[in-house]
Every structure is written in C-alpha cells, then in structure tokens.
Design a protein around this ligand. Structure first.
Ligand SMILES: [Zn+2]
Length: 60
C-alpha cells in the first residue's frame, strides 16, 4: 500500500526536525512536501550526509 505521508522538502533548512503532512506543501513553511518513503533515519538516506554536515556546523 502506498503511503500518502509526505515530508517537507526543506525541513533540514527550515525546521529542527522533519515536518510530515498529508498535503503537497509544508503547513509550516509552505515548501513542497515530498514522498517520505525513505525512512528519515535510514542509513541509505541520500540526505544523511547533508544532515550530518548541518549538525556539525551547528556544533562548530
Ligand atoms: Zn517546511
């Protein structure tokens, strides 16, 4: 079964954590909401590297 849950495409930039929605746009910032099929913390997450870099920048 296909999930209709979407996640804010810009959450890494706009929010502290993924913002999930059933709409096609983020209710918080208005950015596009994309299919959230890959788990946010999946080791194969294509955004993992970017997220780690972002976190490192916050700590630095
Ligand atoms: Zn958003």
């Amino acid at each position: 079964m296909k999930s209709d849950i979407r996640v804010c495409r810009a959450w890494e930039r706009e929010h502290d954590r993924p913002v999930y929605t059933l709409a096609t746009t983020c209710p918080a910032c208005g950015a596009d909401a994309i299919n959230s099929a890959p788990a946010p913390f999946d080791p194969a997450d294509p955004y993992g590297e970017y997220r780690r870099a972002l976190r490192a920048r916050h700590q630095g």
